[in-house]
Design a protein around this ligand. Structure first.
Ligand code: ASP
Length: 359
């Protein structure tokens, strides 16, 4: 009997040990399954520009047209991601749809410069490799996001501009068009209105005041409408891209934030993918897209917190606009400090949201 007691005790100890281990395993398994449930397989978010987009200025037809185009665009990216395609392809193809639509200030329908030309900017970034491509001030490349992608994939450079960018586009076999392809009457009317408004100003004799007139608070809101996309694919790779005609009445070869990596576009698999829209000069100065990623990286902020913090900084400087972004866990954020922003999201369940006015 004396011999049996220690054996029984040892057995009991062993059983309780196993129980503890099992509950630990269950906790791990639970956490894992929770993470898997929370993190969607893929996600995609787009914007079609931020600005003074007010319901009172919209007709039901116009609103329906914007919603239909946003849906068409995001569904293209959704299909790419659903079929296991890359976030880079989803971003490029989604932006193509919006570039080809005269509704948005990108590709066909881009805003006019002061000289009545259309000069386009675009950029794209791969969150996996931190590789990036951008083009600025092109007038003959039908889909500037394709050019940005070609710069990233097939050149040693990150940003090409003007004539050189167009020569490269031709070498790459991209579709070139006559500059008049981008022309729309609606945008020309906007330019005329802005110029009329400018002409009413009395103090635009020297360059500096003319520059200030360009940023007159009353007229700047006629200028937004950029397009952008951020996506997470099934392999956990993030990508973002942005394409724009810039701001109405821009001059002197002005380049905005859209083609600037870190301002208009940023993607990093460690944090998030971001595409910006708004008053470009402020987005450049605030380094919006990279700063959101940096706040997540260095300070551990959530995507939402980081986006709000950076847009508050833009507002403090005197600018406005918005961003769309997705983080490495598939959380999507559309944040803006303007009256509205055209936007849409889709998750891996095929659930679609579309927004235009305030959140
Ligand atoms: N950010 C663009 C620019 O300044 C304009 C826009 O987003 O609408 O060129």
């Amino acid at each position: 009997m004396k011999k049996i007691i220690p054996i029984i005790l040892a057995l009991l100890l062993c059983i309780s040990c196993k129980k503890e281990n099992k509950s630990e395993e269950t906790a791990v398994a639970k956490n894992q399954s929770e993470t898997t449930i929370e993190r969607p397989e893929f996600a995609i978010i787009i914007h079609g520009g931020a600005g003074t987009i007010l319901k009172k200025n919209m007709t039901p037809e116009k609103e329906a047209a914007y919603k239909a185009k946003l849906e068409e665009a995001i569904r293209v990216g959704y299909e790419v991601l659903k079929n296991g395609g890359s976030s880079l392809d989803a971003v490029t193809k989604t932006i193509n749809i919006m570039e080809d639509s005269p509704l948005f200030n990108a590709g066909k329908g881009a805003v006019f410069t002061n000289a009545e030309t259309n000069e386009l900017d675009a950029s794209i970034m791969d969150g996996k490799t931190l590789n990036a491509g951008a083009s600025a001030g092109t007038t003959t490349v039908r889909n500037p996001i394709d050019l940005a992608r070609a710069v990233m994939d097939n050149s040693k450079h990150v940003m090409l501009s003007g004539k050189g960018a167009e020569i490269f586009a031709e070498e790459q076999g991209l579709t070139l068009v006559e500059p008049s392809y981008f022309h729309t009457d609606r945008r020309l009317e906007s330019l005329k209105r802005v110029k009329e408004r400018e002409a009413q100003k009395t103090n635009k004799i020297d360059t500096e005041s003319a520059y200030l007139d360009f940023y007159d608070a009353d007229i700047k809101n006629a200028k937004f409408g950029t397009v952008g996309c951020a996506a997470l694919d099934k392999n956990g790779n993030l990508a973002a891209g942005t394409s724009t005609g810039g701001m109405t009445n821009k001059r002197y070869g002005r380049v905005g934030d859209a083609p600037i990596i870190g301002s208009g576009t940023y993607a990093n698999n460690a944090t998030c993918a971001v595409s910006s829209t708004g008053w470009g000069e402020y987005f450049i100065r605030a380094q919006v897209a990279h700063d959101i990623s940096a706040l997540m990286d260095y300070k551990g902020l959530s995507l939402k917190e980081a986006s709000k913090t950076v847009l508050d900084k833009v507002a403090e400087l005197g600018g406005d606009g918005g961003i769309v972004a997705v983080d490495k866990n598939g959380n999507m954020v559309a944040e803006f400090n303007t009256a509205g922003m055209y936007r849409a999201t889709m998750n891996d369940k095929g659930e679609l949201t579309i927004g235009i006015y305030e959140q």
